[in-house]
Design a protein around this ligand. Sequence first.
Ligand SMILES: Nc1ncnc2c1ncn2[C@@H]1O[C@H](COP(=O)(O)OP(=O)(O)OP(=O)(O)O)[C@@H](O)[C@H]1O
Ligand SMILES: CC(C)(CO)[C@@H](O)C(=O)[O-]
Ligand code: BAL
Length: 286
Amino acid sequence: MKVVTSPEEIQILAQQYRSQGLLIGLVPTMGWFHEGHLSLMRRARQSVDRVIVSLFINPMQFGPGEDLDNYPYDLKRDCRLAEEVGVDIIFAPDKGSMYPEGFATTVSVSGLTSSLCGASRPGHFDGVTTVVAKLFNLTLPHLAVFGEKDFQQLAVIRRMVADLDFPIDIIGHPIVREKNGLAMSSRNTYLQKDEIPAALSLSLSITAVKNAIKNNSGQTITPADLKDIACQIVTEHPECEIDYIEIVDKTTLQVCTHLSEQSLLVMAVKINKRIRLIDNSLLMES
Ligand SMILES: Nc1ncnc2c1ncn2[C@@H]1O[C@H](COP(=O)(O)OP(=O)(O)OP(=O)(O)O)[C@@H](O)[C@H]1O
Ligand SMILES: CC(C)(CO)[C@@H](O)C(=O)[O-]
Ligand code: BAL
């Protein structure tokens, strides 16, 4: 496995792969790999000849007071894990090479970015779409794999790819969870042992909502009732502050007025004002 830090070099390599007729897959990440990241890499590995994983803690998507300076980072550890799943290249540029002096362009998707994570993290999705557009242009992938854990990010990227005519197949990959149900996340490393029950309330609330739907089959249960169930479970933990809990359409991200196969329960919860976790699940999978 090769580690490339220069944007110029990765683009030349990608051009060479393309001219040899090789299929390229990109997995964009911010590092500190866990099984969720590794599953995206394995997914890319199945479909392409060359897997490129980008590892870049993108300052443009962090707001003031967020955890940019504490974000976990260990390139050596991550390289070992990526190599084990057959990644060909880790692209790990530095901040200065991605945003050199004079950098003045923002790629911005409107509409989809105004609610949910976009409402509590102003500018976050502009940072995501700008860096992902750059990564697409640098690595020239045929496909890119993103996790469904970041459901809004996935919807926003699909919109950007459609709107800007990127010839890239965007693949959404299911959420990988710990045995106890907690959605894997690099930010889980911030959790102290006594904060785990609060963190688990996200996935437990999803299970409770799904059970309520099952137990009410035949009767009407509204998205508002289900939202209440989820909120109650999370707020049993004084460490938890709900950023949002909603039931939305999985494509438009508009709040649902009735349940359908498109209905996605989505949530962001802050634990002890320090650790912002997200989770989601479709409610009526066929
Ligand atoms: N548990 C998971 N299952 C599937 N995909 C995941 C999971 N966690 C992260 N991903 C995906 O990995 C990609 C890189 O995400 P990132 O490096 O930000 O990891 P993260 O664990 O989500 O970090 P954070 O805790 O900061 O949100 C994204 O497409 C994200 O959706
Ligand atoms: C897509 C991404 C790598 C862009 O920095 C980041 O938002 C992430 O890790 O999900
Ligand atoms: N996985 C999304 C990266 C972020 O929260 O900034």
